[in-house]
Design a protein around this ligand. Sequence first.
Ligand SMILES: NC(=O)c1ccc[n+]([C@@H]2O[C@H](COP(=O)([O-])OP(=O)(O)OC[C@H]3O[C@@H](n4cnc5c(N)ncnc54)[C@H](OP(=O)(O)O)[C@@H]3O)[C@@H](O)[C@H]2O)c1
Length: 342
Amino acid sequence: MNYQLFGTKTGLRVSELALGTSNFGTATSYGADPAEARRIWEGYVAAGGNFIDTSDAYQQGEAERLVGQFMGADRGDFVLASKYSRTASPTAALAQLGNHRKAMTQAVEASLRRLGTDYLDLYLVHLPDSVTPVAEIARGFEDLARAGKILYGGFSNFPAWRVAAAVTLAELRGWIPLVGVQVEFSLLQRTAERELLPMAEGLGLGVMGYSPLGGGVLTGKYRQGESGRATVVGAEVDSPRINTMLDVLLAVAQEVGAAPGQVATAWAKARGVLPIIGARTRAQLDDQLRSAQLQLSPEQLQRLDAVSAVPLGYPHELLAAQHNLLTGNRADRVSWPARPVA
Ligand SMILES: NC(=O)c1ccc[n+]([C@@H]2O[C@H](COP(=O)([O-])OP(=O)(O)OC[C@H]3O[C@@H](n4cnc5c(N)ncnc54)[C@H](OP(=O)(O)O)[C@@H]3O)[C@@H](O)[C@H]2O)c1
């Protein structure tokens, strides 16, 4: 396993694959039992992994409890990220839910208790509640940091403009750095490339990409008629878009002698996103860890890019079309960034 900085706002070094824990536990009746979760943990740690992603909501708090047990006395060796907004209880009172300071304050205490630690390395707001201002969230993170409960803050599933406003405000006010975002990113979900990824690059934020296998679809197993999470939750597994994508993914996998899921994860990494592996079994983890060694050629990456591209829309397409105009028809002699700076 190699290590990299998580964004450029901090010297924090994390492993190139993060361990997702939404499958740790069976409280939602689908996941890994504690013994299997421990085997997944041990495999990840043995491979050199140090970046753990969890949430109060995963398996109704069971995931955090298991992570706490597995870390034990080695807590200091891990970069531990957790999230709030949804709580561990499916029947939580309204006052406990959302992004506001009351929810944040109560949630962090509950997470710390379940995790058996007195601080989180990274605390993310899980998803927007559509009402709490980002200034309240950023100030809440600052207060938690001053109280010694978190080291850094971040955002998950937020629109880019709201993250950018919060990061800028925190910087101007001298609050703790908001260092990263967590977004869905895979060959099947690339819309983060429109605003979120350029924003992260521009502001020096680390990017954790969740669902790198599209929930398992990108392993190609549903083509073999297997069942799994996607069929259990009734997700789409064989639309024309998915099939066109899988044709190219399987071809590249065969060329490099790897499993399709490993190629999909290596592709996400090559796009500058740090994948969060979501194994449900130790065998799946071992399989996914092999993506760290996989090198795809520029030509293979280009084929995967081409088959999975999403329209960037306005204003990006207008900007691309304006190159000639803005360079006085000397576009061939002016070097542009790979993607125009908006
Ligand atoms: N911030 C957020 O809102 C958010 C949302 C989602 C996830 N996350 C984080 O991201 C992590 C990963 O997300 P994800 O679980 O959606 O990732 P994913 O990799 O897209 O999907 C994981 C699923 O793929 C299947 N799988 C994994 N490895 C496999 C293999 N080698 N062969 C065959 N099937 C395999 C398993 O499903 P089967 O059950 O079919 O075996 C597993 O449950 C989560 O654990 C969580 O930490 C964050």
